[in-house]
Write a protein that binds this ligand. Structure first.
Ligand SMILES: [Zn+2]
Length: 314
């Protein structure tokens, strides 16, 4: 049994403990630690893992979890909640998605103890934390100037995934296959269901995405029998079986009045791409009925750039 698991088991019921897991040292020899907050309920029950900041510049999940820790609302009546508000400390320090060597932690699982820094961090999560966990939610945002409407991504033909996602009740629920070497896929190989939540944009705080994530965690804990308090959803969860990107047909300025989450229809003009000189204007049309699950915030685009991510109902 790992030292971390031994420490978790020794936490008295009805209390919480912060465990600082040593990761590595910076070149300056400053020790980098990953703080993990463990809340043990008074009674036995499920173990839920909440992680954020696997991509160091995706701040909404970090803010969400730090709020919930500070407000003392993650202590379950039954079971254990393990919270890691910031997994990729290195990316966070440099406001980047990746590790200092450019590697993506979420493509480095299950990891090894002797590989790159990313694979070492992945190994620690898989070896020390995952064995104790039944279910998890991993919090992300859109990357690279894309804002995502609050959404859970999971595998629709996996019954447990659907059960947990339905309990979370996000505004949008997307069918999304398991990506090779991702945390979600490798945890799934060990029989642990990890949902991925996406909301807002990297390096931007988005109050709506933070609020929906918090409410989803409360609903999930209630569903898992961990907490009596519920937080019933006031919206319908829109289930999107398929998604596709509308891409720029030409380079220029991308101009749209649409916002993330909006309903759109086939042949609707979504945006215009113009030149900087007032001479050309190209309409960007929608190919299908659907909803805007993500939108590009960058006004200068090249031909082929992803503009608007559309999700379709069945
Ligand atoms: Zn991410």
């Amino acid at each position: 049994m790992s030292d971390f698991l031994q420490q978790v088991i020794n936490i008295p019921k009805g209390t919480f403990k912060r465990i600082d897991l040593s990761i590595a040292r910076l070149p300056s020899h400053t020790l980098i630690e990953m703080p993990i907050f463990v809340f043990r309920g008074r009674e036995a029950g499920k173990s839920l893992l909440l992680t954020a900041g696997i991509h160091g510049d995706e701040i909404n999940g970090i803010m969400m979890l730090r709020q919930m820790i500070s407000e003392h609302i993650l202590m379950p009546d039954k079971g254990t909640v393990i919270v890691i508000p910031l997994v990729n400390v290195y990316g966070f320090l440099q406001s980047t998605r990746e590790l200092p060597d450019g590697r993506d932690l979420n493509r480095s699982f299950p990891g090894t103890l002797t590989g790159s820094l990313a694979t070492r961090i992945a190994y620690i999560l898989m070896h020390d934390v995952i064995p104790f966990v039944d279910f998890g939610v991993d919090f992300h945002t859109g990357g690279n100037r894309i804002t995502n409407y609050p959404q859970i991504r999971c595998v629709f033909n996996d019954e447990k995934n659907i059960e947990l996602a339905t309990a979370f009740s996000p505004p949008f629920l997307l069918n999304s296959g398991l990506i090779e070497k991702s945390f979600r896929k490798e945890a799934s190989n060990l029989g642990k269901s990890i949902l991925v939540y996406e909301g807002g944009e990297s390096l931007r705080l988005d109050d709506f995405a933070i609020k929906e994530g918090r409410n989803g965690i409360k609903r999930l804990m209630h569903h898992l029998g961990m907490k009596e308090d519920d937080c019933p959803a006031t919206h319908e969860t829109i289930i999107l079986h398929k998604t596709s990107w509308v891409r720029a047909k030409a380079s220029g300025l991308f101009d749209t009045n649409l916002k993330y989450g909006e309903k759109v229809h086939k042949d609707q003009i979504l945006a215009y791409i113009t030149d900087p000189y007032g001479t050309t204007q190209i309409a960007v049309k929608c190919k299908t009925d659907g909803y805007i699950v993500g939108i590009n915030n960058m006004p200068i685009v090249n031909a082929g750039d992803a503009l608007i991510h559309i999700g379709e109902r069945k």
